[in-house]
Ligand binder design. Structure first.
Ligand code: KG4
Ligand code: ZN
Length: 334
């Protein structure tokens, strides 16, 4: 089965073609990052307008890259939520138009399930059951996953997501956008032990990142002047280390508590080079196998949506043209 995936939940317009839920034939991503950079964050109204401009060329490019016309497609998978409603509606409308015109089955997909499913595009995909850490700009959640439709929450953030912690720090420090990418780069030259930052809720599998952000803000205020370019590597490395510490510690503890032998780390923050390195070394010494998709499949993409869509379509799921976008959509309900 060949599925066309469409994703437009935030600021990336993406289309992909996936065969049998495991083979990537095309993966096109049009990023709006330069448009939103001047505002220091995603402006929803601008995002919707940019999606409208990009959606058709991106879909056509994906079909061309896959070496097939639209007639080679057996079904369409589209992100239904969670995300920005105006943005989601653009992808959803394109999917409905194609489904109607070509009489193809279409299915709405949960974006978070998509992030986890990106692991099935790896050369050696994970077997169920596993622990999944979904760590993105809007979510930081640990799940026990027993099948494509069987997710149980073991822990989640009580306030900010880890991606938000990266983005807000970069905004406070005025070092650029998107924060995660900038901090990842700067921190490579720094010492993660140079500054001390808090690690919250150590005993629990839940997370809290708002205290970390506040502690950076307090440090900045006390100082009165911005950090110099020479200080930024140590500062960002220490801040990043505080985030990595809790993510790695709690995810591996969740695996040990549930006797899981495999861990999947996914979502935009899983593109972070230090987080990847720490998971690979620390999971290995705990006897746990870790699966982290390549960075391009960690940040938003449509290939992961096509993977979930393939499983839903194979199970006979099909949505109608009345399918609506949803801004919030817990995994268990999708
Ligand atoms: O999954 P994603 O692309 O979109 C959402 O579904 O939210 O994740 C975006 C988040 C942003 O907060 C961004 O700063 C973060 O992922 N991110 C990173 C890196 N690349 C993206 N965080 C840390 N290090 C990175 N290399
Ligand atoms: Zn995402």
């Amino acid at each position: 089965m060949v599925v066309l995936g469409i994703e437009s939940s935030c600021d990336e317009t993406a289309a992909a073609v996936v065969r049998n839920g495991n083979t990537l034939l095309a993966n096109v991503i049009a990023s709006q990052v330069t448009v939103h950079a001047r505002y220091g964050g995603v402006v929803p109204e601008i995002a919707s307008r940019k999606h409208i401009e990009a959606i058709v060329p991106v879909i056509l490019q994906a079909l061309e890259d896959a070496g097939m016309g639209i007639t080679g497609i057996d079904g369409i998978a589209v992100t239904r939520g969670p995300g920005l409603i105006g943005s989601l509606l653009v992808g959803l409308s394109a999917a409905k138009a194609l489904a109607l015109a070509l009489r193809l089955p279409m299915v709405g997909v949960n974006h978070l399930k998509g992030h986890v499913a990106a692991a099935f595009l790896m050369e050696r995909p994970p077997e169920f059951p596993f622990i999944a850490l979904v760590v993105s700009g809007g979510h930081t959640t640990i799940y026990r996953v027993e099948g494509f439709q069987r997710f149980t929450i073991l822990g989640q953030t009580r306030d900010d997501a880890a991606g938000e912690a990266f983005d807000k720090a970069a905004k406070l420090l005025e070092i650029g956008y998107p924060g995660g990418v900038v901090i990842d780069r700067l921190a490579k030259q720094g010492n993660g032990k140079a500054f001390s930052f808090p690690r919250a809720m150590r005993e629990s599998l839940d997370f809290s990142f708002s205290g970390l952000k506040t502690s950076l803000l307090t440090r900045l205020k006390k100082r009165g002047v911005p950090f110099t370019p020479d200080e930024l590597p140590d500062l960002t490395a220490s801040y990043q280390e505080a985030i990595c510490d809790v993510l790695v510690e709690k995810t591996l503890r969740a695996a040990e508590m549930t006797a899981a032998k495999r861990v999947v780390v996914c979502g935009g923050v899983a593109a972070n080079s230090r987080l990847r390195e720490r998971f690979y070394t620390e999971a290995a010494s705990a006897g746990i196998e870790v699966f982290i998709p390549p960075p391009v499949l960690c940040t938003d993409n449509a290939a992961m949506i096509a993977v979930v869509g393939t499983h839903l379509l194979k199970a006979g799921r099909k949505d109608g043209l009345d399918l609506n976008a949803v801004s919030r959509w817990p995994m268990a309900e999708s």
